[in-house]
Design a protein around this ligand. Structure first.
Ligand SMILES: Nc1ncnc2c1ncn2[C@@H]1O[C@H](COP(=O)(O)OP(=O)(O)OP(=O)(O)O)[C@@H](O)[C@H]1O
Ligand SMILES: [Mg+2]
Length: 434
């Protein structure tokens, strides 16, 4: 500050002294003060222009108050710049973190308008930010359960399951959380898998109870009618039926245990080369022992003698079910062909028949547990509807796929296709086997 006083003092003294020499002191004092004021004003103007656009205009250079002001402004500006950079970094980190979140997060304004949404909101809720910025969320998600959640006051603590506006198969757990006064956060999490599992569990319990009820009702009926005094001939006729029903229950429980073991992956994989041709021949012989076998023509068509790396007992159980199905669900004298083919892409074991076929709408559901095309007929044949579910799981454990095709009146084809790397050349077997 002292600079300004010294400068003013020097100018005034000099002007007074020179004015004294020329005997025009007042005039010199006036002119010098005017010029000084003008110079100061020019510097303030330069300061103003510099503040307006620091990149374009240089700062004023004048020792004293103006210089101090410039330095102070510059240091505040540098502080702000680094604070701004820090905040921008925080914002970037926050945006990256919310973008990585698998849950949808939508910031809602006081009227429920979209103020911000993360990337997951697009896949889960169909809300795209900034496209949907300021659109009211109840216009974007029209599910009545969500509308109730949105209008509930105070907000419901418990999350609700809502069907996503993006897809009817997408179930979301939605929650609205209040923050900072009237701000609201909508959080949605994909729960489709859990909802599907819950439904499967409910269906499974319902199916098992339904399947067990029939044999139990039969047994219960007999036991209600009979007592120890009932004549032997009555017991004689009832016993085979009772035996059959208990066998059926036993079969079902065994199948369910196998299925659960396969699903849980409890069983260890013991993959060894299996002679597919020998296995199919043996299964064809077993099939002839079935009570449903009525002059069926079983034909073997082996186009390869390669062996397959597989769990022998699991593979036998899967193929047996396909072959026994072909016997059980085709009329007498029907033709059944068992093929072993290796082509460029994969290796397939095929069980084909020329029976009555299966209607197309059943095909996608055949491998579901307890699914039967004609439950009446399957009950007659003692089927539980678990066979193809087991086949599917066994093939999955072998990285193989079950392809089913069928045509009414023409027949059905069940193809088990394995990746080619599961093949072992017959010529190499001797060197592998212990
Ligand atoms: N070759 C086939 N021709 C016509 N229908 C078939 C054939 N194979 C299976 N099906 C139908 O598919 C249904 C499901 O078969 P799956 O093997 O899963 O059960 P199942 O044979 O009824 O019982 P399980 O095999 O447990 O004894 C059968 O009930 C039958 O209706
Ligand atoms: Mg079956």
């Amino acid at each position: 500050m002292s600079w300004d006083y010294w400068r003013l003092l020097t100018i005034v003294s000099l002007a007074g002294f020179v004015g004294l020499l020329f005997d025009q002191m007042v005039l010199f004092l006036f002119v010098s003060s005017f010029l000084y004021a003008f110079w100061i004003q020019a510097k303030w103007n330069q300061l103003w222009l510099w503040l307006q656009n620091p990149k374009k205009n240089p700062p004023p250079s004048a020792e004293g108050a103006i210089d101090d002001i410039c330095r102070r402004i510059e240091s505040v500006r540098l502080q702000n710049k680094s604070r701004k950079k820090r905040l921008a970094d925080y914002l970037k980190q926050f945006q990256a973190a919310t973008a990585a979140l698998p849950d949808a997060v939508v910031v809602l304004g006081p009227q429920g308008q979209v103020a911000w949404a993360n990337i997951a909101s697009k896949q889960l809720l169909g809300i795209i930010w900034p496209r949907d910025s300021h659109v009211r969320v109840h216009n974007l998600i029209r599910d009545p359960v969500f509308q109730q959640l949105l209008t509930a006051s105070p907000p419901k603590k418990k999350a609700k399951i809502v069907v996503s506006p993006v897809s009817a198969d997408l179930y979301l757990e939605m929650k609205i959380v209040n923050y900072m006064g009237d701000g609201r956060l909508l959080i949605a999490r994909d729960m489709s898998q859990t909802v599907k599992l819950q439904k499967m569990r409910r269906d499974f319990v319902a199916n098992v109870s339904h399947e067990l009820r029939t044999p139990l009702t039969v047994l219960h009926g007999y036991l209600e009618t009979f007592d120890q005094d009932s004549p032997a001939e009555m017991w004689g006729s009832a016993l085979p039926v009772m035996r059959e029903q208990t066998q059926r229950m036993n079969l079902m429980i065994n199948d369910l245990l196998v299925l659960s073991q396969l699903e849980m992956g409890e069983k260890k994989r013991q993959h060894k080369p299996v002679d597919v041709n020998a296995l199919l021949t043996a299964i064809a012989e077993d099939a002839k022992q079935l009570k449903e076998y009525k002059q069926h023509q079983i034909q073997l068509d082996f186009e390869s003698d390669d062996w397959l790396l597989a769990d022998a007992s699991e593979l036998r159980s899967a193929l047996s079910n396909l072959v026994f199905n072909a016997i059980k669900y085709t009329p007498e004298k029907a033709q059944i062909t068992l093929c072993w083919k290796v082509n460029n892409n994969n290796a397939c074991i095929e069980v084909n028949d020329n029976g009555m076929g299966i209607e197309e709408h059943h095909l996608a559901r055949l491998t579901e547990r307890f699914y039967r095309v004609d439950s009446g007929r399957a009950q007659e044949t003692g089927g539980t509807g678990l066979g193809l579910a087991i086949v599917k799981h066994i093939l999955k454990r072998h990285d193989a796929k079950l392809n089913i095709s069928s045509e009414i009146g023409v027949g059905s084809q069940f193809h088990c296709c394995f990746p080619k790397l599961k093949l072992v050349k017959a010529s190499k077997i001797d060197s592998i086997s212990p």
